[in-house]
Design a protein around this ligand. Structure first.
Ligand code: CDP
Length: 225
């Protein structure tokens, strides 16, 4: 049983996916963390990630560094980068990195390997369409840009970053544009995904709605309830 949760930045994917995985005793797979970790590693090496010539070194980097998703931590070659990968400079560049087909190919096989055992709640942009198209339940979360920017500003404030709401909104629009317009695996709703608009809902309400959609067979195989 695989559950996929896709959608744009700030639609609430992480909170919801993490809690659903916890309730089912499933593995939580944050695929955005992999793209962010690779972006962080590329910035350490001063790779010009916005430029086409960055594709080959980025793909090379993706296959040579060890990206590890521990339960609540993200590691690059054993270094804990959990906080660093959420920094605004990574957020501003990650969608450029994610546009390169060679980068996506390298990370696709890693994601498939992580999910091979099943019992996964995976979140991202192309999980229902590309990574796990066979998933039993696919959710697509949406929300207005204003709400998404406000939620993201709150997350960043908690992490100690003071950000201007207008520029954050612009950044989210730019990231949406890059994610939706790329040639390979763009951000789009899978034909068989269920869309939930989270504008008027609390995280708990979204979680309850998704839990109701989970087939009984999945609850039978769940480790925790
Ligand atoms: O947490 P937030 O919604 O801001 O983004 P994220 O899930 O951490 O993903 C960061 C970026 O990685 C996205 O904007 C995409 O450019 C890229 N990404 C992707 O291309 N495919 C995925 N499956 C997950 C993320």
């Amino acid at each position: 049983m695989i559950i996929t949760i896709d959608g744009p930045a700030g639609a609430g994917k992480s909170t919801v996916a993490r809690e659903i995985a916890r309730r089912l005793g499933y593995l939580y797979l944050d695929t955005g963390a992999l793209y962010r970790a690779l972006t962080w590693a590329a910035l350490q090496q001063n790779l010009p990630v916005e430029k086409p010539e960055a594709e080959a070194p980025l793909a090379e980097l993706a296959t040579h560094i060890r990206l590890e998703l521990a339960p609540v931590r993200v590691l690059v070659d054993d270094r804990d980068v959990t906080a660093e990968i959420r920094a605004p400079e990574v957020s501003r560049r990650v969608s450029y990195v994610a546009r390169f087909p060679a980068v996506r190919a390298a990370l696709l096989s890693l994601q498939k390997r992580i999910g091979a055992g099943g019992h996964v709640v995976a979140e991202g942009r192309d999980i229902g369409t590309m990574v796990f198209p066979q998933a039993a339940l696919k959710i697509f979360l949406v929300a207005s840009t204003t709400n998404r920017a406000q939620r993201r500003a709150q997350d960043l404030a908690k992490a100690g970053y003071q950000v201007d709401l207008t520029s954050l909104e612009q950044e989210i629009r730019q990231r949406d544009y890059l994610d939706m317009s790329r040639t390979i695996a763009p951000l789009t709703k899978a034909a068989d995904a269920i869309e939930i608009d989270t504008d008027q809902l609390t995280a708990v309400q979204v979680i309850d709605r998704i839990l109701q959609l989970i087939p009984t067979s999945a609850w039978r195989s769940a480790k925790i309830q």
